[in-house]
Ligand binder design. Structure first.
Ligand code: ATP
Length: 299
């Protein structure tokens, strides 16, 4: 198995790189307002909530009609609860967050926030309630201050610095000769994976949304950075409904509920303890990781 791991890991890397390029294209389409897939209903109302429960009810989904991706996916997360989703690469984990954002609509079933079908809400109001900390944060070719603040146009310099402090990136920024004015992105300063994720956490903190989606970095972060990010995540997740696409055991153990996905289906769900007692797919994954800590949860 360990001999197989290196080539498989490499293929996984190539797959993820391509997927990121696609994700960036999706973002561009959104920014240009070109996305045609979903439109607001004429009678859509604005979601206005300080807290949000979340549920998927018998959701089927396909990006292309001849290739079903999700099959009868059901789960619910109470307001303020946390859900970790685990499963092999391509199992459909990120697709769940795209449906929650309403980049696409399910082909059957529905996604609900506070008990109502998200198609009843305007997309702008729905998305204003969701913060996302992606695996690999896209940075604009602008200052680092702008990159932190762009999620909340009315954010003051003080707000930005406060969020950066909470995300443990302020000291780093302050040490740069141009501070918050330092250009980043393609043509500016290159940030490490951990630094980028802190920028994303600071953005999410500024937005302060009731729902938080955290797509854990799959690239190896050093143990210290990983622990620091994990503890920040726990802090910002307090009181928010959190969906974590999990690759690390530490995250899974702390989640209120775990969803195990395989080829677009939920094959097991429950708490860490309940799933271990079930002695099925999750328990096998757990045991494998105990003996091979270098593997992530997608084996
Ligand atoms: P990973 O752990 O590698 O991030 P995942 O479980 O998040 O994987 P998804 O990104 O949800 O997997 O993808 C599920 C399936 O949907 C994959 O087979 C993928 O090829 C397919 N898919 C994802 N995005 C698109 C898209 N935009 N168009 C067509 N197919 C897609």
């Amino acid at each position: 198995l360990t001999q197989l791991y290196a080539p498989l890991n490499f293929l996984g890397f190539v797959y993820r790189e391509i997927k990121h390029a696609l994700a960036d294209m999706e973002r561009m389409f959104d920014l240009l307002g070109n996305r045609q897939e979903v439109a607001d209903r004429p009678d859509a109302t604005a979601l206005q909530a300080g807290q949000a429960s979340l549920s998927f009810e018998a959701v089927d989904f396909a990006y292309q009609s001849d290739r079903p991706i999700l099959h009868q996916v059901s789960f619910s997360v109470p307001a303020g609860g946390s859900l970790a989703v685990v499963g092999a690469s391509g199992a459909g984990k990120s697709t769940l967050s795209r449906l929650l954002f309403r980049f696409y609509d399910p082909t059957a079933g529905c996604v609900r926030v506070n008990g109502r079908d998200i198609r009843d809400y305007t997309q702008a109001s729905l998305r204003a309630h969701i913060g996302i900390v992606p695996q690999d944060t896209v940075l604009f070719n602008d200052s680092i201050g702008y990159n932190i603040g762009y999620g909340r146009p009315d954010a003051t310099q003080d707000d930005i610095e406060q969020a950066a402090r909470a995300a443990h990136i302020h000291d780093f920024i302050a040490s740069l000769p141009q501070g918050y004015e330092t250009p980043v992105g393609e043509r500016g300063l290159k940030l490490s994976g951990g630094e980028k994720q802190r920028v994303a956490i600071a953005r999410a903190l500024l937005k302060s949304p009731p729902i938080l989606v955290f797509d854990e970095a799959t690239s190896a972060l050093d143990t210290r950075t990983e622990r620091a990010i994990q503890s920040q995540l726990e802090r910002i997740a307090q009181g928010r409904t959190t969906l974590i696409i999990a690759h690390r055991l530490s995250t899974i153990v702390h989640a209120d509920h775990i969803l195990v996905m395989e080829a677009g289906r939920v094959v097991e769900q429950g708490t860490h303890t309940a799933l271990l007692a079930l002695d099925g797919r999750y328990a096998r994954m757990w045991n494998l990781q105990q003996s091979h800590p270098e593997l992530d949860t997608r084996v």
